[in-house]
Design a protein around this ligand. Structure first.
Ligand SMILES: [Ca+2]
Ligand SMILES: [Ca+2]
Length: 278
């Protein structure tokens, strides 16, 4: 029992997972759980995989913040793994829940994994509070050199909390992608003691560029930059692939619609969303 209490992974419904690998002594004293989606038990799990599409719908906004120039972009978090990305929150204060990740198993069970994640009761679109995954994503602006390589992080965006939900069925051809949305919009319930957030396989959570905090402040910047979107930057959700979470587009500032990169070099990364007519 002592060993199990010390394990960062609590076995919930899948007795078969209580095998020797998870109880290995090397994990008992580990300060942080290791990613079970990459370890020896990964074959028994249907792990999620989040990827970011390219920033889309970019435009300059000089009205939302007086005297500032904001470069807005929509973002898309695609869920493309063998199983859903799911978090189960338990209230720990007025504005936060502690979140455990749920990972489904191939034999029909599921496990709960402590990843030190948080859900935040966050004021956002429609001028309401929503329970969102804290540090679900990050916007970064990097200066790039004449060859398009990132040289220096110059700005970050203010928004880090995102709902996970099934909004758009972006990849219906993926195996085990449900035909209908399974995870609804995030909860507004200020008294909730628990909430479940998630994005099913083949579905995406999509945020338009006009939504609150969908921007990076680019006031005074000139030259070539990479506008970067990162899913799960602090790794609070274990995935089968942690190396595909970044996307970027190259932009020249000041930003001009129709001439987004205007001679700036460097790769755009990630799938496009729609026709992305920035
Ligand atoms: Ca990923
Ligand atoms: Ca991750």
């Amino acid at each position: 029992m002592a060993v199990r209490a010390a394990l960062p992974i609590a076995l919930c419904c899948a007795a078969t997972l209580a095998g020797t690998a998870l109880a290995a002594p090397s994990q008992v004293d580990a300060p942080q759980a290791e990613n079970p989606c990459i370890g020896p038990d990964a074959g028994r799990l249907r792990c999620p995989d989040l990827v970011m599409r390219q920033p889309w719908g970019m435009y300059t906004d000089r009205y939302s913040k007086r005297g500032r120039t904001l470069l807005r972009a929509g973002n898309v978090i695609d869920s493309i793994g063998a199983g859903p990305a799911e978090l189960f929150g338990t209230r720990i204060g007025p504005r936060f829940m502690r979140a455990r990740q749920r990972i489904y198993t191939r034999d029909g069970g599921k496990i709960g994994v402590a990843t030190n994640g948080r859900l935040q009761f966050k004021f956002a679109h429609e001028s309401r509070f929503w329970w969102k995954f804290y540090n679900a994503a990050r916007f970064e602006l990097w200066r790039v050199d004449a060859d398009g390589r990132r040289t220096r992080l110059v700005r970050t965006g203010p928004k880090v909390a995102y709902c996970l939900r099934d909004l758009v069925h972006t990849r219906p051809q993926l195996r085990r992608s449900p035909r209908f949305a399974h995870y609804p919009a995030c909860s507004n319930n200020a008294r909730a003691q628990h909430v479940t957030l998630g994005t099913s396989v083949g579905w995406a959570d999509v945020y338009p560029p006009s939504y609150p905090e969908q921007w990076i402040d680019v006031t005074g910047l000139r030259g070539c930059f990479a506008y970067v979107h990162i899913a799960d930057p602090n790794n609070r959700l274990y995935e089968s692939n942690e190396d595909d979470n970044e996307s970027q587009v190259i932009v020249r500032l000041p930003f001009r619609p129709g001439a987004r990169r205007a001679g700036c070099r460097g790769p755009d990364r990630g799938r496009r969303y729609g026709s992305s007519p920035y």
